[in-house]
Design a binder for this molecule. Structure first.
Ligand SMILES: *Cc1c(COP(=O)(O)O)cnc(C)c1O
Length: 374
């Protein structure tokens, strides 16, 4: 490695060429149209729907407001079944809607909500299921839908990790009643901050568009207590440029992941995550799961050692959301209810992965993990 002193962070955002962005900024400066369903907002909705292979998409200022609003769109109340193995925004969005989260354990391999454990958590107050496609690996959408249909529940996917993921020949975003995306700087496709709701019919799209703009249906009609969660023109213009490079960026991520796969799979005590072959993957994270007996060091020892070598992984998702003070006292948050989630949360480190991560840097990270083994 040439620049030993420069830290390698878990991710680094892909950005469009500055000169291309400046051209679009000039356009915005000329028009003085900064937000409120401007032309870039409209263009990006069309372009993203086509790229992703979905019918309707509504852009938001971030993924958390998209999810918080999605729950309002379907008027979800009472209790919602969800996963503790996620980013806090999933659960906080329920909380902000006055909904009680009910945690259900995950499968021990992918960390996705375990459908076999959902039914036991359903009560008369349950209205919906909010699963996450963790690390871009599709949740078991068919089984989840079967349960939802049986019990009359809605399904809203937190698909923040699943931009561009296809399963069984179509976008994973086409499953469930709604899906939300995040376009935060750390995600595979970013608009600096940003997000979206994906829906399947025009009526719902209309309702979403009202709700993200205070509930205005026209100049003088307010149909619901909406919020302000619109994406602005600067973000949308940036997002249009990003779309030209996202395929190439996912390919670069894939190349990084393949080097890791090849070398790390040889190290005893390190489990890598083979992405599901039936899915067209997007390589958003590179999680490894460490078995401390086999590896000879604990997860945190390796995590801290890498930091001393200027390599900054992240323990996504540790601690579990169910361990945070505002959720810890819920019955469903008891560790005995969530054994698999606790296990993987104790084992995981997400290693650096991003399009510009050089092969030498990847090799250096691998070398350090080999070196440190007990
Ligand atoms: C990033 C993320 C979010 C939140 O998205 P923001 O755009 O940062 O608000 C929600 N859920 C998951 C699983 C995420 O990874």
């Amino acid at each position: 490695m040439t620049e030993k002193s420069k830290p390698i962070l878990v991710t680094q955002p892909a950005m469009p060429p500055l000169d291309e962005f400046v051209e679009l900024l000039k356009d915005i400066w000329d028009s003085k149209w900064l937000t409120n369903n401007g032309k870039f907002h409209q263009q990006l909705e069309v372009a993203l729907a086509e790229y992703l292979g979905v019918k309707y998409i509504s852009l938001f200022s971030n993924g958390t407001l998209a999810l918080t609003s999605a729950l309002q769109v379907l008027r979800i109340t009472g209790e919602v079944i969800t996963t503790p193995y996620t980013f806090v925004a999933t659960t906080h969005s329920l909380h902000w809607n006055g909904i009680k989260p009910v945690f259900v354990d995950v499968d021990p391999v992918y960390g996705n909500l375990d459908p076999a454990k959902i039914e036991a958590a359903i009560t008369p107050k349950t209205t919906a299921i909010v699963p996450v496609h963790v690390y871009g690996n599709p949740a078991d959408v068919e089984k989840i839908q079967e349960i939802a249909d049986t019990y009359g529940l809605k399904v809203i996917y937190d698909a923040a990790h699943a931009f561009g993921v296809n399963s069984k020949g179509q976008s994973i975003l086409n499953f469930g009643d709604l899906s939300i995306l995040s376009f935060h700087a750390t995600k595979v496709y970013n608009t600096i901050e940003g997000g979206a709701i994906i829906c399947h019919n025009e009526k719902t799209k209309k309702r979403i568009d009202y709700l993200k703009n205070f509930g205005f249906a026209d100049e003088t009609t307010v149909i619901a207590p909406g919020i302000n969660a619109k994406m602005n023109e600067v973000q949308a213009a940036y997002g249009l440029l990003q779309l030209n490079y996202v395929k190439e960026n996912i390919q670069k991520r894939k190349e990084v992941a393949e080097i890791y796969d090849k070398e790390l799979s040889k190290i005893k005590g390190i489990r890598i995550l083979k992405h599901q072959t039936k899915a067209e993957h997007n390589y958003p994270y590179y999680p490894i799961f460490l078995d401390e007996k086999e590896y000879g060091k604990t997860r945190d020892e390796l995590y801290d050692y890498l930091k001393t070598k200027n390599i900054y992984g992240r323990r996504y998702f540790y601690p579990l959301v169910s361990e945070f003070p505002m959720y810890r006292s819920l019955d469903s948050a008891k560790p005995s209810n969530l054994p698999n989630a606790h296990n993987i949360a104790e084992q995981v480190i997400c290693l650096p992965i991003y399009p510009e991560l050089a092969t030498e840097q990847v090799n250096e990270i691998i070398q350090k993990i080999k070196e440190f083994k007990g």
